[in-house]
Design a protein around this ligand. Sequence first.
Ligand SMILES: [Zn+2]
Length: 76
Amino acid sequence: MAMLECIDCGKLLSSTAATCISCGSTDPFGAKRSRDRRQLIGMILLIVFVLGVTYCFKTGLLTPSDVRNFLFHRTS
Ligand SMILES: [Zn+2]
């Protein structure tokens, strides 16, 4: 069985361990943390996208008909 180091205390643990037997970490290999980070990045990108679209509407770079044309692939 593979052994991995707890990222919090450095103790060697079974790679299937859900918690660290040494320091009690519930995320000894950082899997939850990296997933949380990915979700956070996804959230930030979504916010940036929404803000960007809002900015384009406010500045007139985009109009509702542009969006309609894009969504329904109309050319006129
Ligand atoms: Zn630990």
